[in-house]
Design a protein around this ligand. Structure first.
Ligand code: OAD
Length: 249
């Protein structure tokens, strides 16, 4: 089917869907200038994950881990959400039941205006007390004294993100599986679909009979399973789908 027709078909599915769930990964923020994890320029090529994004690494050298997160906060803070994030924020306002489940910690979906967002891997703009577990918002770039300390008890603060070897928040994960199992249309955008349990969410949606749409310039292990594949950057294709949707509204 020619691309224009596929876009029109998808716009019509979007227009008629009752429950839409979107799963996003690092690729949706790539056009904002945020490096992804895998691939030629990926973060995990240049940094060894186990030296930086693990509880053991933090225990051994909290300053090194915080310097890396402070560097990433500096990059994210200097960039903006892109048209892909903004289109999704617009759909939440216009479609009856719409949510985003993201693996990203950059906070861009909310900055673009999305509200119904489930952050599976935490948020880089939140910090957590290692002693009491209290979570604080912190938007300072640079963060100041490294490593930062809890204003209440003086213990070390850590980034409120999920590290390798740690469990996801069960409440958020349960909601993510429920929303995947209930939707009739799921978008899978900018994820390599290799990290669990996020990579299983589209399978839960598929089992429940949902239509799956993948937006990713590359193929992924999910690609053979999906109904529609758009092999283009999300910041380009989402505005085109949005335009076709607006023609129907
Ligand atoms: P990856 O870096 O593994 O994958 C990014 C995906 O985005 C790849 O499949 C790219 O082809 C695709 N991509 C690149 N540019 C794109 C664009 N402009 N539009 C659409 N897609 C594009 O990132 P994730 O799948 O998000 O976890 O990685 C999952 C998790 O692995 C991360 O949340 C992180 C990491 O370890 C933790 O840190 C816990």
């Amino acid at each position: 089917m020619p691309q224009d027709e596929r876009i029109k078909k998808l716009a019509s599915l979007l227009h008629n869907a009752e429950k839409i769930t979107v799963l996003t990964g690092a690729g949706i923020s790539a056009e904002s200038g945020i490096p992804t994890f895998r691939g030629a320029e990926g973060l995990w090529r240049r940094h060894r994950a186990e030296q930086l994004a693990t509880p053991a690494a933090f225990e051994k050298d909290p300053r090194l881990v915080w310097e890396w997160y402070d560097w990433r906060r500096g990059i994210i803070g200097s960039k903006q959400p892109n048209p892909g994030h903004r289109v999704l924020a617009g759909w939440e306002k216009r479609r009856p039941s719409f949510c985003i489940i993201t693996q990203n910690i950059d906070g861009f979906h909310r900055r673009a205006g999305s509200e119904n967002v489930f952050e599976l891997h935490g948020n880089i703009w939140k910090v957590r007390c290692t002693n009491e577990g209290t979570v604080f918002d912190n938007n300072d770039t640079p963060i100041g004294t490294i490593p930062p300390l809890c204003p209440d008890c003086g213990a070390l603060l850590r980034p409120h993100v999920v590290w390798f070897g740690e469990s996801l928040d069960m409440g958020i994960l349960n909601n993510a599986f429920r929303l995947s199992g209930e939707c009739d249309l799921m978008f899978i955008i900018g994820t390599s679909a290799v990290v669990q349990p996020a990579a299983s969410l589209p399978l839960a949606a598929r089992e429940a009979g949902s239509i799956l749409v993948e937006i990713n310039p590359d193929t992924t292990p999910l690609s053979p399973t999906v109904d529609y594949s758009f092999r283009e950057p999300s910041g380009e294709i989402l505005p085109r789908i949005d335009k076709a949707l607006k023609d129907l509204e």
